[in-house]
Write a protein that binds this ligand. Structure first.
Ligand code: FAD
Ligand code: NAD
Length: 155
């Protein structure tokens, strides 16, 4: 399979953008991710997919808990920071929800406990049981990712 064509095709699936965050040894680590999906309503389960080369993989295995922070259109810069697309080191402050770091200003914050981890190819799928939720409607529209570009919703 041609890798470029695969990425081009997958990029046609417009998504929101999240920052997955966790804490190990008192240190918070965040990573931009669009491979996020709601899995089950009863029980409430979600999945995130983390690349084998990502630092985040070891942190998630250790902490066994994480948050998924759904970014607003105003948080493009945060997405770039947590994807390593902005090179300068920035201090980013996190809030806590159920003892897990969450990103202030996100339109939804989903706190999970890892209930399973499935290695598939070069990624690990982490199933998270939702423990805490916060929805911040007033934060406005979501940040969108499409064809490798950040977008916003059109009216
Ligand atoms: P690093 O590269 O070490 O960390 C990422 C960046 O976050 C670094 O610049 C670091 O300085 C910064 N950072 C981390 N914690 C903090 C903190 N507490 N305060 C301030 N800065 C901090 N990869 C996947 O595996 N799955 C996906 O679903 C996925 N989706 C993506 C979607 C988009 C739109 C983009 C742009 C990228 C996506 N990636 C995804 C790629 C992934 O975001 C990058 O490869 C990322 O750099 C991997 O992070 P890392 O865990 O290896 O850690
Ligand atoms: P891109 O144009 O190559 O990505 C388009 C789409 O292809 C992505 O939205 C995703 O669905 C898929 N994709 C890209 N890289 C992948 C990977 N390593 N594993 C599985 N699916 C992947 O690249 P971009 O959107 O400009 O992203 C910038 C960087 O972020 C690249 O280094 C890319 O690899 C990485 N990224 C990784 C994932 C992931 O691991 N699931 C998802 C999005 C972006």
């Amino acid at each position: 399979m041609n890798e470029r064509l695969f990425r081009q095709a997958m990029g046609k699936f417009a998504t929101g953008v999240t920052v997955v965050a966790t804490k190990v040894g008192g240190k918070v680590h965040g990573m931009t991710a669009n491979a996020f999906m709601s899995v089950s309503l009863n029980p409430t389960l979600v999945v995130v997919s983390i690349a084998e080369k990502a630092q985040m993989l070891e942190y998630m295995k250790k902490s066994k808990q994480f948050s998924v922070n759904i970014l607003s259109a105003e948080q493009k810069e945060l997405s770039m920071i947590f994807a390593g697309q902005l090179k300068e080191n920035r201090e980013v402050s996190f809030d806590q929800l159920g003892g897990v770091p969450v990103l202030p200003g996100a339109i939804a914050q989903v706190v999970c406990e890892v209930t399973a981890a499935h290695v598939e190819g070069d990624h690990t799928l982490f199933i998270g049981k939702v423990k805490e939720l916060q929805v911040n409607e007033h934060r406005g529209d979501p940040l969108i990712y499409y064809s490798g570009q950040y977008r916003s919703l059109a009216e």
